[in-house]
Write a protein that binds this ligand. Structure first.
Ligand SMILES: [Zn+2]
Length: 372
């Protein structure tokens, strides 16, 4: 195995096949951050002014509606902290939680504590477990790196459909530059690509799915604009840091999972075992690099974190058994899937051509609207 080359400024390395380094050993992700993050992230007074303006206009426009906005809540740090921010702003929020069958107990109590503190209405959608299980097994067999697609796709599909049903046109998202700007494109295909998801299931799945919610290009790129919907990322208008968010959340009874995405057993097991074991991708390097570049942590702290093992060996054995039992497979099935050949997103039908065309049309529409 060739030793990995690591960036001299962040902790990204050549496990991202698309990474490049300049003559000082600084990687392409660092340059990407320097060149573009300032377009989306305003951790200053300007950000506060912008966010105040956005929120005042949302309140005005939606004054006669039952809610100002809708948000998805997973129980993780970002969405939970977002809820606190929205409460501070006095917004009337409809929160939506999608239970895909892998919630940790802590996630359930964290969501409850945050929602009670914020006094928001909560709608919980429970995904049909048979569908979820069949899809996740199909992805496990497929050899694709992004095993989170079945969960991520349904989260957004349900949120979007519920927003349309309840006539909510503002989505508040916990997405942010400070902790997740760096994410190698080569590590994963889009979770929103329904064409890809269906193609993967057709090849590796079994009987038809019963009522798994999906969302397609038409809804995402055309109807989204026609319905006047928009997404706001409030955490990009403040100096957002994981440590401060956790400290604030702990004051309302939220408890720390100890690792990113501990709210979902599946995501934890996938990111800390399957992804590094099978693909050699350690997602911690992407999250830590974002936090280094946004100034929250130092590179040497990140290196210390990376020295810690991804899994405690005993916990891993227990988790493997739980994972297999829940999906109805044996430990040797799991080992077999992990050793099977790798496949990539673009080996299956996907939405690339249609999406690029629609993005173009959608950008033209936005220009036309802004001129009116
Ligand atoms: Zn770098």
């Amino acid at each position: 195995m060739t030793p990995k080359t690591q960036c001299s400024r962040c902790v990204m390395d050549s496990s991202d096949p698309a990474i490049t380094f300049d003559e000082f050993g600084v990687c392409s992700h660092c340059h990407y951050f320097d060149n573009s993050a300032h377009n989306y992230w305003f951790p200053n007074q300007e950000g506060k002014r912008k966010l105040d303006g956005i929120i005042n206009s949302i309140k005005e426009k939606n004054a006669k509606k039952p809610y100002d906005c809708i948000m998805g809540i997973s129980g993780g740090v970002d969405s939970s902290y977002l809820a606190l921010v929205l409460k501070e702003y006095g917004l009337r929020v409809l929160a939506v939680h999608v239970d895909a069958g892998w919630n940790s107990e802590m996630a359930v109590s964290n969501i409850e504590n945050v929602i009670n503190h914020c006094n928001f209405d909560l709608h919980t959608h429970v995904v049909n477990w048979n569908d979820m299980k069949k899809l996740q097994l199909a992805y496990l067999k497929s050899g694709l790196a992004n095993q989170d697609v079945p969960q991520d796709h349904v989260f957004f599909a349900v949120l979007h459909k519920f927003a349309v049903k309840t006539k909510n046109n503002v989505f508040m998202s916990g997405g942010n530059v400070a902790t997740e700007y760096i994410l190698p494109q080569s590590w994963q295909g889009s979770a929103m690509d329904r064409i890809n998801l269906k193609a993967v299931y057709k090849k590796f799945g079994g009987e038809p799915l019963e009522d798994y919610e999906t969302i397609g290009l038409w809804d995402l790129y055309v109807l989204f604009r026609l319905r006047g919907m928009k997404e706001v990322r409030p955490l990009n208008y403040m100096p957002y840091t994981v440590n401060e968010a956790i400290a604030e959340l702990e004051k309302v009874g939220w408890r720390n999972y100890g690792r990113k995405h501990g709210e979902s057993f599946f995501t934890k097991f996938f990111q800390n075992y399957i992804l590094p074991e099978r693909y050699g991708y350690d997602k911690r390097i992407a999250h830590l690099s974002s936090r280094i570049l946004s100034g929250e942590i130092t590179r040497s702290y990140a290196l210390e974190v990376l020295n810690e093992p991804l899994y405690d060996p005993q916990e891993l054995e227990v988790d493997k058994k739980y994972f297999c039992k829940k999906l109805g497979i044996s430990l040797s099935d799991l080992d077999g899937y992990i050793k099977a050949p790798l496949r990539f997103y673009d080996e299956f039908p996907n939405w690339d051509l249609q999406r690029n065309s629609l993005r173009f049309i959608s950008a033209q529409w936005a220009k036309f609207k802004s001129k009116k």
